[in-house]
Design a protein around this ligand. Structure first.
Ligand SMILES: Cc1ncc(C[n+]2csc(CCOP(=O)(O)OP(=O)(O)O)c2C)c(N)n1
Length: 289
């Protein structure tokens, strides 16, 4: 019976336990590994997008310019100021992005808040050669392709704040800097895809993205549906605030953009929310009264 009267007192609310940072030994391990690395890279996932963690990542990147790739659910983590020195693009779905080349070449992948549902390691680490160190609050979901050599378990922001002084002064060597410069040019070159190749009367997807980008400010939230437009948005639409460019990755549920936009408008009532759908995705809810 779930509706009968109860006589016991209601359970009192509990205080959330506060996690501390990862252990000093584990943080030192990562600091040493970073210092010894020729090309370390940060792989930022959905779990790196809370306000505290994003702020800690930005503090660290301001002090130590390390290359960063985002999964599409980690979008917006890198600020405008840090973009030029650190950002090497988003990864996910197909292994054909500049960030994928970087993940393959890097001698340490430092995965922060990475959830395999965003981009399974069997795709980006098909050779099982990546040396992975994890920063997260719980132990990683391991498989053949994702076997971290160390896990820093604890409050991510606190862990990162302790890592900062331990790697301060580290700089990539000239060879790695040259490599990243070439890769960054690739990111830019890629966007120069031949837009004139579209037939008369049709618009190139990147032109749509450009005009949308010109109207979206950093504070606005953009929700993206699933379909071919999602791939263009995930790769090319820039976002400089975490949790402001939203994708239904993983299961890739079609039809989310409009209901998400309505929810976002309730959470951020003073901001403009933009919902992007194809006609298929829009019809999931567009006919609701
Ligand atoms: C609930 C659900 N049903 C089906 C799919 C498979 N699916 C992915 S994209 C897509 C078509 C999307 O078409 P449209 O919304 O017109 O966007 P476009 O591809 O033209 O950008 C379908 C059916 C899915 N991901 N989720």
């Amino acid at each position: 019976m779930t509706d009968s009267t109860v006589s016991v007192k209601a359970i009192k609310p509990l205080t959330d336990p506060k996690l501390g940072s990862a252990s000093v030994a584990d943080i030192n391990y990562l600091a040493q590994a970073t210092r010894n690395a020729v090309l370390p890279v940060f792989l930022l996932g959905n779990g790196a997008t809370t306000e505290r963690v994003t702020a800690a990542i930005r503090r660290l990147l301001e002090a130590v310019k390390l290359p960063v790739v985002e999964t599409v659910q980690g979008a917006g983590n890198v600020s405008r100021d840090l973009e030029e020195d650190t950002f090497l693009g988003r990864v996910g779905l197909f292994r054909n992005q500049p960030g994928d080349m970087l993940l393959k070449r890097a001698d340490r992948v430092i995965a922060i808040g990475y959830d395999p549902i965003a981009y399974e390691a069997r795709n980006w680490n098909a050779e099982i050669s990546a040396r992975i160190i994890v920063i997260d609050e719980a132990k990683a979901e391991i498989d053949t392709y994702f076997q971290p050599e160390r896990e820093l378990i604890g409050a991510k922001a606190d862990t990162l704040d302790l890592l900062l002084p331990a790697i301060k002064g580290y700089e990539l060597n000239q060879g790695s800097r040259n490599y990243l410069r070439g890769l960054r040019e690739n990111v830019v070159e890629d966007v120069k895809l031949d837009r004139n190749a579209t037939k008369d009367g049709l618009v190139h997807p990147l032109d749509v993205i450009d005009s949308l980008q010109a109207h979206v400010t950093d504070e606005m939230t953009v929700t993206v549906d699933v379909g071919s437009h999602y791939i263009w948005m995930a790769r090319y639409f820039k976002s400089y605030e975490a949790r402001h460019l939203l994708f239904s990755n993983g299961m890739q549920t079609l039809g989310v953009a409009l209901p998400w936009a309505i929810a976002a408008a309730r959470v951020r009532p003073k901001e403009t929310i933009v919902s992007i759908s194809g006609d298929g995705g829009f019809l999931f809810s567009g006919q609701e009264p």
